[in-house]
Design a protein. Structure first.
Length: 450
């Protein structure tokens, strides 16, 4: 979250300060911002698959298939995150004589950070379904997302306050939190030697698994995966470029932009646990469709107010210490309701993928889920960044004016995600009466290819 909010503004400043007006500025920023997601696409399904088969000793009287990756990955990620603080922001003043060298070092540090993150992301997500029965997984995933939302709040509210006074200290602060999380996991989680609701199978390879998904007669998993791609496409476009939108269109400081965008994380936290409980009542599919509907409505409002010219909304005011236009307050309201919708969508989607992937392939299902979400994160900022630059050139807009079209492209892809979700027929057992056979016994999910 911190990476996606702050780095685009520094890349924009770097491009403009060194080269002046760059015709493909948005495309270049988008291309750089997706480097981390390329690493995720290449590594996470592979790591998830390996962790399914891993059972190593990592401490006295402890074993685990997931924890070895977590123990290795988190400390390395913490070190690289601090280096991002050192190189990512001081580099522009320290390498004036060789900006190319500084830029390469920055990319290497960011690459190292994201490789270390990919080492433990699939294993840490797979811990919950390893130890929680499947009838409680929507609620369990809701609790995980609640904690993730709290982390987002720290990144979007606490981090900016520290960063204003000392950039490096802010990054050290986050790195310390990572290490604390590792200590808590190490001493509180004891992985079961025999997994709950899991049948032992032969190994599964990523490419044959994806191929088998598309060959199935029931295409529910195919549709939910492409829906996941569509809504992450839309979300990542907003997340990547909203900080630049805030600077160029709303004329706001980076820390204040973070606060406004953080409203979405706040409402996500509030609704994370209720979203899991609601899924039990109305079903995962209806939960997701409701969430997508909320997002489309309020993102549509944001689109209208972004493209139309309302002089009254450009008037500036002071709100909790922030110098912002009234338009920013309107966006804060839209983000609040979008966060509720995002909770309804995210809490349930990965659970559907787990259930439809097959009982013994939870780690593999996690990897496939992140493959599609990361693929969207890769293509979204690059494609939409390029389109925004073309609009800037074709319509002869002023510097940064292309960002006014940001919400329009995001709402289109959330709408597409809703259409794809309509074609999902099965979502697992919990909350979906259509997934239960006549006797009321849980339906056996067809396993993925061996």
């Amino acid at each position: 979250m911190i990476y996606n909010v702050y780095i685009p503004t520094y890349l924009k400043a770097y491009l403009r300060d060194v080269w002046g007006t760059v015709p493909l500025e948005t495309f270049i920023i988008g291309s750089i911002m997706v480097l981390d997601n390329i690493i995720a696409v290449l590594m996470q399904p592979w790591i998830g698959n390996i962790s399914d088969k891993t059972w190593k000793r990592y401490g006295p009287n402890k074993k685990g298939r997931r924890m070895p990756f977590i123990i290795i990955g988190i400390p390395i990620a913490a070190v690289f995150f601090i280096l991002v603080g050192v190189f990512g922001f001081d580099i522009f003043s320290n390498f004036q004589s060789s900006m190319f060298l500084g830029f390469i070092l920055l990319l290497l540090v960011i690459g190292g950070f994201n490789i270390s993150m990919a080492l433990f992301r699939s294993p840490v997500v797979s811990l919950m379904p390893d130890i929680v029965p499947k009838e409680y997984r929507s609620r369990g995933n809701g609790f995980i997302n609640l904690l993730g939302g709290i982390g987002a709040l720290v990144g979007l509210f606490v981090f900016p306050m520290i960063e204003k006074s000392n950039t490096l200290l802010a990054y050290i602060f986050v790195a310390v939190i990572l290490i604390i999380c590792l200590v808590i996991l190490y001493f509180s989680i004891k992985e079961p030697e025999e997994l709950t609701d899991v049948e032992k199978k032969e190994k599964v390879k990523v490419i044959p698994t994806i191929r088998e998904i598309f060959k199935r007669e029931d295409k529910s998993l195919v549709f939910i995966l492409f829906a996941i791609f569509a809504w992450f496409f839309g979300y990542n476009v907003v997340e990547t470029f909203f900080s630049n939108y805030g600077e160029d269109i709303l004329l706001m400081a980076k820390a204040d932009i973070s606060m406004i965008f953080g409203i979405m994380a706040l409402s996500f936290i509030i609704f994370a646990l209720p979203a899991g409980l609601i899924a039990k009542k109305i079903g995962r599919k209806q939960n997701i469709l409701t969430g997508l509907g909320i997002i489309v409505v309020f993102l549509g409002f944001a689109t209208v107010f972004s493209l139309a010219n309302f002089p009254a909304l450009a008037v500036r005011t002071t709100f909790i210490g922030m110098d912002i236009p009234y338009l920013a307050l309107l966006y804060a309201g839209c983000f609040f309701f979008m966060g509720i919708g995002w909770a309804l969508v995210n809490i349930n989607s990965i659970v559907i993928v787990w259930e439809l992937s097959g009982k013994d392939k939870i780690g593999m299902g996690t990897g496939i889920y992140y493959f599609f979400s990361a693929a969207a994160a890769i293509t979204g900022p690059v494609i939409i960044g390029g389109i925004l630059d073309l609009l800037n050139f074709g319509l002869d807009l002023g510097e940064g004016e292309q960002y006014k079209f940001l919400f329009l492209f995001a709402v289109i892809f959330f709408f597409i995600a809703g259409i794809l979700t309509f074609f999902v027929k099965k979502t697992g057992v919990e909350g979906e009466s259509g997934d239960l056979p006549p006797e009321g016994k849980p339906e056996k999910i067809e396993p993925l290819a061996e």
